[in-house]
Design a protein around this ligand. Structure first.
Ligand SMILES: *Cc1c(COP(=O)(O)O)cnc(C)c1O
Length: 401
């Protein structure tokens, strides 16, 4: 079948909840992906930072196939020989005491919400069903009905109510607003250290530190959604490490599996995650040995290939170069590590047409929030490949009318 036919089939039988670029990919390796016609593209999205380790990383392929031949799922009704080691590895990486595995990112956020509420009732003494979790405008935490209820994006929520109460909202980047929103029923603050889906929005310096301090003073939990910013993307193992902040809960996903498999996790202290008792929470696939084996190798690859340092160095280099582009369309270049947003002016006509032009040049990018192009290649990219991409980006930004 040709790309055209496959696109038609997908559009006929698949629901239209996405608006993909019309490129049909069939294989990938490292930073490169190939379409049906044999064209090669540099993947500048990395599946929203799921493939930080690069497409089809050989070591992870090996871990996956090896485990797939042995045992794939037991359910948590029984134990398996991978889960404990995976939990230990993630706890050591995060400096936490306990981990709860899930599958998708949204599920991990839901898990965090549940355990935060239980903590509020059992530890803090908030009256039953009154717990509040402060959230930030512009957030992205996933697509479940509870989570879209505290989104500020009309498209994500307009037709999906009624919504769950208990999520007051403050502007992102404003620590004082959080302090003001706290009351005796506040259980936690839930936020992303950088709002990636929100348009690669970086809060003012010191913000996370101030928020962490407010949380400590007022006896509320700080839950950081590092599903996209975590695991090296921003040039630190976690984005909160740019400010030396340790949250009470980490929410992880995406690159936790190197993009091979949905693996997510909530990582926290015993005081919090130790509150779950048998039967209160679960998911059939969560913590299965195949997922754990894949994730263990995905984390090992991050360390072994020094991808965190690479993201920091190449990110700075790339951002410096992007700032030398003279384009009437560009409003701002911003980012941390290899999570970079190029914000276009309103008059530029939207980021989508730039992404389509970049596709013709051999780069796959995605617009976020209409006016921002996000550059987030797999962290295994080399300086030479960044230069290759830069030349093409410069051409598109400088020559497109
Ligand atoms: C992708 C993402 C999620 C949701 O993860 P899914 O696996 O798509 O459910 C939540 N929070 C952030 C910050 C994300 O980037």
């Amino acid at each position: 079948m040709t790309s055209k036919e496959l696109i038609q089939t997908e559009d006929q039988y698949g629901a239209h909840n996405y608006h993909p670029l019309d490129v049909v990919l069939k294989k990938g390796k490292g930073i490169w992906v190939h379409d049906l016609e044999g064209n090669k593209y540099l993947d500048f999205l990395s599946a929203y930072s799921s493939v930080n380790q690069g497409h089809c990383h050989p070591r992870i392929v090996k871990a996956l196939t090896r485990q797939a031949r042995k045992l794939t799922i037991t359910s948590r009704a029984f134990r398996n020989d991978q889960l404990g080691l995976f939990c230990k590895q993630v706890c050591e990486l995060t400096g936490m005491e306990m981990m709860l595995p899930m599958n998708s990112g949204a599920e991990a956020v839901e898990t965090a919400i549940k355990v935060i509420r239980k903590w509020a009732y059992k530890v803090k003494g908030v009256p039953r069903d009154k717990a509040e979790i402060i959230t930030c405008a512009g957030n992205f935490h996933g697509r479940t009905t509870t989570i879209v209820g505290f989104s500020t994006e009309t498209l994500y929520k307009e037709f999906f109510g009624p919504f769950t109460p208990g999520f007051p909202m403050v502007p992102f980047g404003d620590a004082k607003a959080i302090e003001k929103a706290v009351n005796k029923n506040t259980a936690a603050v839930l936020l992303e250290p950088i709002q990636a889906e929100g348009g690669v929005l970086i809060p003012p310096d010191g913000y996370l530190k101030q928020v962490a301090e407010i949380c400590r003073k007022k006896n509320i939990l700080l839950a950081l959604d590092e599903i996209q910013t975590g695991l090296g993307r921003t040039g630190k193992i976690f984005a909160c490490r740019h400010e030396d902040v340790q949250p009470d809960l980490f929410i992880l996903g995406k690159a936790l599996s190197g993009g091979f498999y949905p693996v997510s996790a909530v990582v926290s202290k015993k005081e919090v995650l130790g509150l779950f008792t048998p039967g209160e929470h679960g998911s059939t696939f969560a913590g299965n040995p195949l997922a754990c084996a894949v994730a263990r190798e995905a984390l090992a690859v991050l360390v072994r290939e020094n991808l965190v340092v690479k993201a920091a160095e190449l990110g700075n280099y790339f951002m410096d170069r992007l700032r030398t582009i003279h384009s009437k369309h560009v409003r701002e270049v911003r980012g941390r590590g290899l999570l970079i947003g190029v914000e276009l002016k309103q008059e530029a006509g939207g980021a989508r047409r730039f992404c389509e032009a970049l596709q013709k040049e051999g780069l796959l990018c995605k617009e976020t929030h209409d006016h921002v192009i996000r550059f987030a290649p797999p962290l295994v990219i080399s300086k030479k490949e960044i230069d290759w991409a830069f030349t093409r980006i410069k051409t598109v930004l400088e020559t497109l009318d």
